[in-house]
Design a protein around this ligand. Structure first.
Ligand SMILES: NS(=O)(=O)c1cc(-c2ccccc2)cc(-c2ccccc2)c1
Ligand SMILES: [Zn+2]
Length: 263
């Protein structure tokens, strides 16, 4: 991946030195506290289309040195927002072995074990994700908080291939699966705010939707995510484990978090 890391000399305190937006306003993630929340009755349930992929739909599962990511077909999209937001990729942020606290968004100071982001771009306005990534209405990311608990069979569709992408730059093709099953049951209860990419270049271009309901993975599945991957390449003499890949909480900057539910 690029020259940034989550800790050390290129860690997140240094991101603004090369990526000025990272030191700017409207940054993500934030602690979604009750005092920032305001109920908004106009917030409709999230509607996703074509998330149930056929096994014949090949997806690229890769290790980009900062996360595990799955490329998504452009048939997948969100249809309930003012513009059509077309899927680009999904990826994860997590803690480490013995530290099931690696989500980026935090709710009333409660951090979850991990978090999934499904990244979409405004395909009504922009031809591709690269032109959308730095536009204020460019991206919509769905955030799913992940706890350790019940085994999650849907995670197996990609976790079973994780040993094939241990090192940065490695990728494998995997069969399509029902990505909708990675989301929580209720898509009508969520937090909504304007924020940014949580990785460099930290563009303030993201309409964030963080679902209220969490999903679970088993402890063994969490360990696979937290211990199988390296941020370094296969040739590197000093293997660098890929874990704790979550950005620290950013200032709310007087932002309001809209919520789609009353209590
Ligand atoms: N965490 S995030 O959702 O803000 C995010 C979005 C995108 C992203 C992806 C496609 C188009 C536009 C933005 C890429 C990353 C990323 C994660 C690990 C390593 C490098 C980049 C992270
Ligand atoms: Zn992310």
């Amino acid at each position: 991946g690029a020259m940034w890391t989550y800790s050390g000399p290129e860690g997140q305190d240094h991101w603004p030195e090369h990526y000025p937006y990272c030191g700017g306003t409207f940054q993500s993630p934030i602690d979604i506290k009750s005092e920032l929340m305001r109920f908004d009755p106009t917030l409709r349930p999230i509607q996703v289309q074509n998330y149930n992929l056929a096994p014949g739909e090949q997806l690229t599962l890769g290790n980009n040195g900062h996360s595990i990511q799955i490329s998504l077909p452009h048939t997948m999209h969100i249809s309930s927002l003012p513009h059509r937001y077309t899927a680009a990729q999904l990826h994860f942020h997590w803690g480490s072995r013995g530290r099931a606290a690696g989500s980026e968004h935090v709710v009333n100071s409660r951090q979850s074990a991990a978090e999934m982001h499904v990244v979409h771009f405004n395909s009504d306005r922009y031809p591709n994700v690269s032109t959308a990534v730095d536009k204020s209405d460019g991206l919509a990311v769905l955030g799913v908080l992940i706890e350790v608990g019940e085994f999650n069979p849907t995670f197996e569709h990609f976790l079973k291939f994780i040993n094939g992408i241990k090192y940065m730059g490695q990728r494998v093709q995997i069969p399509g699966f029902n990505v909708r099953a990675l989301l929580p049951a209720r898509l009508d209860e969520y937090y909504r705010y304007d924020g940014s990419l949580t990785t460099p270049p930290c563009y303030p271009s993201v309409l964030w939707t963080v679902f209220r309901d969490r999903v679970t993975v088993s402890h063994q599945q969490f360990l696979a995510l937290a211990t199988a991957l390296y941020a370094s390449s296969a040739q590197d003499s000093a293997p660098l484990p890929l874990n704790n890949n979550y950005r620290r909480l950013q200032l709310p900057d007087s932002r309001t978090v809209l919520v789609s539910f009353k209590e």
